[in-house]
Structure formats: structure tokens, C-alpha cells
Design a protein around this ligand. Sequence first.
Ligand code: BTN
Length: 234
Amino acid sequence: MIINNDFTYHDLKIIILEEVDSTNTFAKKYPFKKDGLVLSSHQTAGKGRYQRSFYSPKDKGIYFSLVLHDLNLSAQLYTIIMGIAISKYIKNSHIKYLNDVLIGAKKVSGILCEGVIVGNKYQKMIIGAGINLFETEVPNELKDIMTFINDKDLNVTSFITNILDTFYELLKLDNNQIIENYKNLCSTLNKWVVIDAQNYYCLDISSEGHLICLDENKNQVKFSNAEVSFHPNK
Ligand code: BTN
């Protein structure tokens, strides 16, 4: 196990699991009485966005879900904040809108934020993040798109603590300040991208975290949570 079993963080209820299907699935079901963090270094059914799976090989990455109950922001902004916090501690990384932390063109971390709604109100928000740490064999279809931090001296416990510290610091900022931090790391800005097979130029990110683009006829279009690819030759 690459995380100390006695890991603590302020007042969070910490649950460390040797193996789990998905820390997000576990966190959704677990009856937390306060905010918490589910951590594992092996997921057998890690979930990505758009119903994809998130490859989570044993002891080669860190997979965690932060559970918050006192909710003041949208899932979009929690995703953005976690992206900034993670990218800050990964050398040479940048963020592809919305939530892919990349080194070069390859993904080193992804974030999946899921709300649990009871009645008509969010009861808790699960902010799940997977970070690829140590190089290992990966399935063929991931070879060109997945990368690892690959720093053998990385202290995983301090790495997670730093990410959480930054996450909570960012929570104290207003939306515009959060987005300013995000824009400094977001490599999608001022680039041509492809969204749903259409080309767009990325102009800006709104204070709610929406991507503001121009289409090829120079009409302004706003996306939230869109799946964005860099345009291959524009
Ligand atoms: C994505 O890039 O599409 C999002 C990936 C999110 C993966 C993390 S790993 C911890 C948490 N548990 C999950 O099942 N998924 C998230």
C-alpha cells in the first residue's frame, strides 16, 4: 500500500481501502456523518466521465474521493478547484477543459464529481480524483493517452496533503479568483478545439466555469462540461 494507514487530515473522516470497486461508488453509499475522504491505491471498477472506465492499477496510482456536505459551489467549480489543486503539484502539467490534467498530450489525472441528491437538494458532493503515479504496463489502447508522474521519491502522503491544503485554500476564493487560477493552467484557452465534431476557437472561461468559444462563423457559443479535443492541425 502506498498510503500510510494512519493518514489523517484535519477533521475529515478518512477511509483507506486496500482495494475498492470505485472510491466514488463507495463514498456515495457510505453513511458519512461529516466530511470525509475515501482513499485507495487500487480500483477494480474505477469510473471516468461519460460512463467510461478509469484504469486504476494496484499501487501505481492514487484514487480518492473527497466528500463534502456543506455545498456552496456547482459540481463544475468543485471539479475546477480540484483540477487546479492537483495540477499545482504535478510538474509541467496543464489542464484540458474541463478536468483532464495532462503532461504533454497525455493524461496524468482525471476528476469525476458526482452529487448525491436527496429530495430536490444535494445531500453531498463526491469529488473523485485519480492520479497516475508510477509507470507500469498499460493496456494497448491507453498507451498513447495515459502517463505517470514517475517520481520515485514522491511522498504520496505529503502529495495528498498538499493537494487538500490547496483545495481548501481555493474554496475560500470567490468565483472570479478561482477562474483566474484555472485560466493560468488551462491549455484549452486561445486554441482551436473540436467539440461534438465541430471546430471552435476557445476565447475565455466564465466565472461559472463555462467554456466560451467562437464557432467557425464567429458566433459565440458556451459549453459546460463538454468533451474537448485539441484540433489536430489548426
Ligand atoms: C475522467 O478522467 O474521466 C475522470 C476520472 C476520475 C477517476 C477517479 S479515481 C477516484 C474516483 N473514483 C472513481 O471511480 N473515479 C474517480
